[in-house]
Design a protein around this ligand. Structure first.
Ligand SMILES: [Zn+2]
Length: 317
């Protein structure tokens, strides 16, 4: 029986219909940003319906629906965090959406969903213990342990972006210092570049953004500046790689992971050279030598989170 997976992002909702190992339907819709949680649930229902229709099905044909949501997920409730506008306090997403779509709904953290998607159908297939790291606007993580998504005691497992890699280091968006995300998140690097630029440091980043008609330093701007050999960006990326390497190596040393999957908007744009650089910096930090774990690039692309959410729905239904 088919299940639908929904990936609730800050910009888009991705939806897929999964049957066996095949994605048989999909759709993408804009995440409503009016701050109304009722509209958000309605948009999720529409996304599930449209994806089902794309597979020549209706909502009634579905076994279950799974949702990957940013933030801390526990017992089907989500906290909004900065990525889900309108959700100020814990919101019972599973029960509310279940009533709207008429099937059981499972909710899991979005990167945990991507991690289980990659483990079942993507780059970490067959690995019993894996970590998926998403490097984009922020830095997220998801764990699969003993072949199952690991959500922790209180729903907070996998917050890879907030592993502290430098005590008293750079300020993170979470209000603490020295987190991986404070060095490797696209937004954090953008802020650091703005500060350096204001302080007179030369960089082409802002000119390239203007030439591309962008009002922010997108992942595409990063790549273009890197190809030009921009000195400031090269320095920032080197710090990002060091922070990621410390975080990943510490995770592997703690959990003896078999595979670490690298994905997310910025990592995808920077591609194989970024992965290889990270592997080179990380290798000496690993306790088990020679290293046996594999650092691989995500295989499922933009739909990975939705695919993982559909897997979770199927396995929990
Ligand atoms: Zn943090």
């Amino acid at each position: 029986m088919p299940t639908v997976g929904l990936d609730l992002g800050g910009t888009n909702i991705y939806a897929v219909v999964l049957e066996g190992e095949e994605v048989i339907g999909s759709t993408k819709r804009s995440t409503p940003n009016d701050g109304d949680v009722g509209d958000l649930v309605d948009e999720l229902r529409k996304a599930a319906k449209k994806a089902a229709e794309d597979a020549d099905l209706s909502l009634g044909d579905l076994d279950a629906v799974g949702v990957g949501s940013p933030g801390i997920v526990s017992d089907g409730t989500i906290d909004g965090g900065p990525n889900v506008r309108g959700v100020r306090e814990r919101f019972p997403l599973a029960s509310t959406l279940s009533e709207a779509v008429g099937t059981p709904v499972s909710v899991v953290n979005d990167v945990t969903a991507a991690a289980i998607g990659e483990q079942r159908l993507g780059a970490a297939q067959g690995a019993q213990a894996s970590l998926t790291v998403f490097v984009g606007t922020g830095v997220g993580g998801g764990l699969v342990l003993d072949g199952q998504p690991y959500e922790g005691s209180f729903g907070g497992a996998g917050e890879f972006g907030h592993m502290i890699v430098r005590q008293g280091g750079a300020m993170c968006g979470c209000g603490r210092r020295g987190c991986v995300e404070a060095y490797a998140g696209r937004r954090a690097m953008e802020v650091a570049a703005e500060r350096a630029n204001a302080g007179g440091r030369r960089t082409r980043l802002f000119d390239i953004a203007a030439e591309k008609g962008k009002d922010r330093i997108t992942s595409g701007v990063f790549r273009a500046a890197l190809e030009e050999g921009d000195e400031l960006l090269t320095a920032l990326l080197s710090e990002a790689v060091e922070a990621l390497a410390a975080g990943i190596a510490s995770s592997v040393n703690l959990l003896d992971l078999e595979v670490v999957v690298l994905g997310g908007g910025l990592a995808d744009k920077l591609g194989e050279p970024f992965r290889a650089d990270l592997e080179r910096v990380m290798a000496p930090l690993l306790f088990l030598q020679p290293p046996r774990m594999r650092l691989v690039r995500a295989a499922l692309g933009d739909e990975g989170g939705a695919i993982g959410a559909a897997v979770v729905a199927r396995e929990r239904a």
